[in-house]
Design a protein around this ligand. Structure first.
Ligand code: DNO
Length: 345
């Protein structure tokens, strides 16, 4: 396992050397943030980021994310050019030794939460999701917590209209078309693609979501058997789907799990949850069991602590403070060490 930490580039308030001070931290997971989606990331931008990491003795093996243009998800005629651009970004990233790219294929919205400052009794805050609150929102006039509002209402309306009537199968076919288009670049560079599950793993505002659990994994690997077609195993996203058996999935798909996001959820009813510290006892996700399943199955990919709480007065980007993620990393390090020794791995 290689422990990593998400870093939002030079504008992140967390300095790289603080990240380096976390025990066993091998590298950061980052991205070039100032390129419009669909354009090629230049060598100059990539090298700049790479050098910053290197100066702090941190690897930049994992990119999260190279975003996929909506026209690729929609299967529009200009997708071939956009896919060629994506493949060029993969080749450019390969030149500085990147090994893994995390991406998602969620239409329009990425992860969705209804509260970024859910209050815990001890004064900590964390992200939370309430399905009823979400249903009451108007997708055409959204001001969601965490939503970056990069679309104007007009743009959002016309984008949502373009997706109208799109089936799960059509979206899936567009994903397969995209993957087949970029696999040659992955074969050349050795870069693994790691699709992030839909978060939460159910349809939103009538938009199809297709990476939600075991069935999606089977379908995805059957459609594109190339081993560079893998996943980001996000326990928080998959774990929100109450039917997903994460231990079974981890053990069955370890060779396709190029990257693992390990985090905790506490269910509050059938669909709702809040996030918590990483400890197994602090929620409904068996982090210990999942780590054990991964190690037993020979997992040797990248891991990062995922969303943490805001604690100790830190005023951080929700989910992405230093303190609780560092505690998460320390806890995960301990689990991996204990389990690996116990299993003789
Ligand atoms: C949220 C993240 C996601 C993830 C993307 C990957 O905290 O896990 O935004 O980075 O879905 O493309």
């Amino acid at each position: 396992m290689k422990m990593t930490f998400r870093w939002y580039g030079p504008k992140d308030i967390i300095p790289l050397n603080y990240i380096k001070q976390i025990p066993n931290m091998s590298g950061v997971v980052t991205a070039v943030y100032d390129v419009p989606v669909g354009e090629v990331w230049s060598m100059e931008q990539i090298t700049h980021l790479y050098e910053l990491c290197k100066q702090n003795d941190l690897a930049m093996d994992v990119i999260e994310s190279v975003p996929v243009h909506e026209d690729i998800k929609l299967g529009k005629p200009n997708r071939d050019q956009l896919i060629a651009n994506y493949a060029q970004t993969i080749r450019n990233l390969g030149k500085v030794g990147v090994k893994c790219i995390c991406y998602n294929f969620m239409p329009v919205f990425d992860w969705l939460r209804t509260d970024l400052y859910y209050q815990h009794k001890d004064g900590a805050t964390s992200l939370a999701y309430c399905h009823k609150t979400l249903l009451d929102l108007d997708p055409k006039n959204l001001h969601l917590p965490g939503w970056d509002e990069s679309y104007t209402s007009e743009q959002l309306n016309s984008l949502l209209a373009e997706y109208e009537g799109m089936t799960h199968q059509q979206l899936f076919d567009n994903l397969v078309y995209f993957l087949n288009g970029i696999m040659p670049a992955c074969d050349e560079t050795g870069i693994n693609m790691a699709i992030h599950p839909d978060d939460p793993p159910w349809d939103m505002f009538g938009l199809p979501r297709i990476i939600t659990g075991e069935d999606s994994y089977q379908k995805l690997f059957a459609a594109v058997p190339n081993m560079h077609n893998g996943v980001t195993f996000c326990t928080g996203s998959l774990g929100a789907g109450r039917n997903n058996n994460l231990i079974e999935m981890a053990s069955k798909h370890a060779s396709r799990i190029h990257f693992a996001h390990l985090r905790q959820l506490k269910y509050t009813n059938d669909m709702d949850f809040y996030e918590n510290g990483h400890l197994t006892a602090d929620g409904d996700i068996d982090i210990y069991g999942i780590v054990k399943a991964l190690v037993a199955a020979g997992f040797d990919g990248y891991v990062r602590p995922d969303h943490g709480r805001n604690i100790w007065g830190e005023d951080a980007k929700p989910g992405y403070g230093l303190f609780d993620r560092a505690l998460g990393a320390a806890y995960l390090n301990g689990l991996f060490e204990a389990v690996s020794k116990e299993l003789g791995k």
